[in-house]
Design a protein around this ligand. Structure first.
Ligand code: ADP
Ligand code: MG
Ligand code: ZN
Length: 561
């Protein structure tokens, strides 16, 4: 026990001496403590939370070597350079080195001169490498970005499966410490079982960084919004994520044309171009980086003031990871998601394009659905996020997210809810949002007539609204938990217990109206922003969807990996 205390003191001393930080962050101390006690550890922390230190500091205290499994070559180099500058003996071995350089590093490790050695997981599959490692004292194997071991995650990488056989083949089993920012139950289960963590201590911390103001904006003119925002924040670093390369190129050019120092990053550019714009961003030669999701893993830029999502990402994990690149220094920063319903179609299309088994597909649809619910959520977005990741929170609204700052009044929507729910009930809970909307609108489309839905009592009961408005309303009821969607490409809307209570008149539905209330006479800028959702004409929307799908199909065809 005493020994434990002194080791922790030692850890803090090293933190001050090498890194110059006064103390561990919330969460780091517990993880370091757990690793120092010799137990397998799973540390889940948001991007920028400070995972590296959690294994680097114990590495300094352990007598042998800490082998770090890291997915990206560029990331390894940055980390090792950083460590060397601080005076910590570290090295990496990867394909950019000559055979001679590799041998030198292995010899240094054998002489006990290295505290940390970084390798990519693929290396663990090489016989000669395993043999070399067998003759070393390895005290700890740190698995960075450990969610890559799971097929449920968003960056599955087969070679992560080589970690367990590698560890198992070592003469003495080291401590295994795994780190990620992904905290969903499936991925957690996978990390524990596929890495065969031995009774691990699991730590989940700080997903809801309170310096981040989260917003979801629906119905914006996205291009104008991005240009205006970047212009108003032209002195601050920011990232704009878009779904396609074409969109990235387009935004990039528009920003440039407006005189904003912008860079771009996507898989269609040469390695050199990508490297250049990454550097330019890191060193503040450009302000805003327009990129696909290919950009960002392992980027250590602490002063990113905003992350704008031009399109809705495929799931909450991806969103949190990307949005979490804002405000790593703890200063107030903004994460803005520009949502439009066509993003849903894009993501569904991507799921369908990707050859995979039914189980995984269903899982992806489920996650997409949760992402959509987040976008329609009217509760505090910080809660919604913490709830999703199963993190405890104090039920205090954050006060900064777009739900918390929504100025629209809460209105009694019970009657609308009753109409919608009874319509769904009469349609026997067998159809999706769009057909329910058509029936409520009173359209005479083929499907409505085919099922005789024009004879239902609820037929046309929302005639005064557009089908799009009705769908938005239904989506809001879904996000609020009154309704649920089945899984799959064509999800069916079903009533939940709460909807039954509403139908029986036992529950009042108080919501922010999907349309701005005109009662006050003065329209807030926020409601104006929301209302523009209805300005886009449906045919224009369809055209862009079509165009977007065509592009994605082409990009997928030429996707290099
Ligand atoms: P992650 O891997 O979780 O995304 P990093 O390990 O790259 O995060 O750390 C993110 C940033 O936080 C780095 O700039 C790091 O130096 C800084 N940092 C980590 N721990 C502390 C600490 N205890 N005090 C101050 N800054 C810290
Ligand atoms: Mg990291
Ligand atoms: Zn909030």
């Amino acid at each position: 026990m005493n020994d434990q205390i002194t080791r922790l003191e030692q850890a803090r001393e090293y933190l001050q001496k090498y890194y110059g930080y006064p103390d561990f962050r919330e969460g780091q101390r517990k993880i370091v403590e757990s690793i120092l006690t010799g137990g397998d550890t799973l540390g889940i922390m948001p991007t920028g939370g400070g995972k590296s230190i959690c294994y680097q500091i114990p590495a300094l205290i352990f007598s042998g070597l800490t082998l770090v499994i890291s997915p990206l070559i560029s990331l390894m180099k940055d980390q090792v350079d950083g460590l060397l500058t601080m005076g910590i003996s570290a090295a990496y071995i990867n394909s950019t080195l000559s055979g001679k350089e590799v041998n030198e590093r292995i010899r240094a490790a054998k002489r006990g001169e290295l505290k940390l050695l970084y390798v990519a997981p693929e290396r663990l599959e090489l016989d000669w490498f395993r043999e070399e490692m067998n003759s070393l004292e390895i005290s700890c194997v740190a698995v960075d970005e450990a969610h890559c071991v799971s097929q449920w995650g968003h960056d599955f990488r087969t070679s992560y499966l080589a970690v367990y056989p590698f560890v198992n083949g070592l003469p003495k089993r080291p401590i295994v410490a795994a780190f990620t920012a992904t905290a969903t139950p499936e991925v957690m289960d996978d990390m524990i079982s596929l890495l065969r963590l031995n009774k691990p201590s699991v730590f989940v911390t700080g997903l809801g960084r309170d310096n981040l103001a989260m917003s979801v904006l629906r119905g914006e003119n996205k291009r104008e919004y991005v240009l205006k925002y970047a212009m108003e924040h032209s002195h601050q670093p920011g990232i704009v994520y878009a779904a396609t390369r074409k969109e990235v190129d387009d935004l990039y050019e528009r920003l440039r044309d407006s005189g904003i120092p912008a860079g771009r990053y996507h898989a269609g550019l040469s390695d050199r171009e990508r490297e250049q714009s990454q550097e330019a961003f890191l060193y503040d030669d450009i302000r805003v980086m327009v990129a696909t999701n290919a950009f960002g893993m392992g980027i250590d830029k602490s002063n990113v003031r905003y992350v704008i999502h031009f399109n809705m990402p495929k799931n909450m994990e991806a969103y949190v990871q990307e949005a979490g690149r804002a405000g790593r220094d703890g200063e107030p920063s903004e994460c803005i998601l520009l949502f439009s319903p066509q993003d849903i179609m894009t993501q569904k299309f991507l799921i369908e394009q990707n050859p995979q088994d039914q189980d995984r597909k269903r899982n992806e649809y489920r996650k997409l659905q949760q992402m959509i619910e987040y976008c329609y959520s009217t509760q505090c977005l910080r809660w919604a996020m913490l709830d999703y990741f199963g993190e405890a929170h104090d039920h205090k609204p954050c006060g900064t997210c777009s739900s918390c700052t929504d100025e629209r009044e809460l209105v009694d929507m019970t009657r609308d809810a009753q109409i919608v729910f009874s319509c769904i009930h009469r349609m026997r809970e067998r159809f999706g949002v769009s057909l329910v909307s058509s029936v409520l609108k009173g359209s005479k489309n083929k499907k409505v007539l085919q099922y005789n839905f024009d004879h239902l009592p609820t037929y046309g009961m929302m005639r005064e609204r557009t089908e799009k408005e009705i769908s938005e309303l239904i989506n809001t009821f879904i996000a609020e938990g009154y309704l649920a969607l089945s899984e799959g490409q064509y999800p069916i809307v079903r009533l939940q217990t709460l909807a039954g209570d509403v139908l029986k008149g036992q529950h009042q539905v108080m919501m922010r109206a999907p349309e701005p209330s005109h009662s006050s006479g003065v329209e807030s800028s926020y409601s104006r922003r929301r209302r523009s959702a209805y300005d886009e004409s449906p045919s224009a929307v369809n055209e862009t969807v079509f165009e977007q799908l065509r592009l994605i199909r082409r990009e997928l065809a030429e996707k290099e990996h």
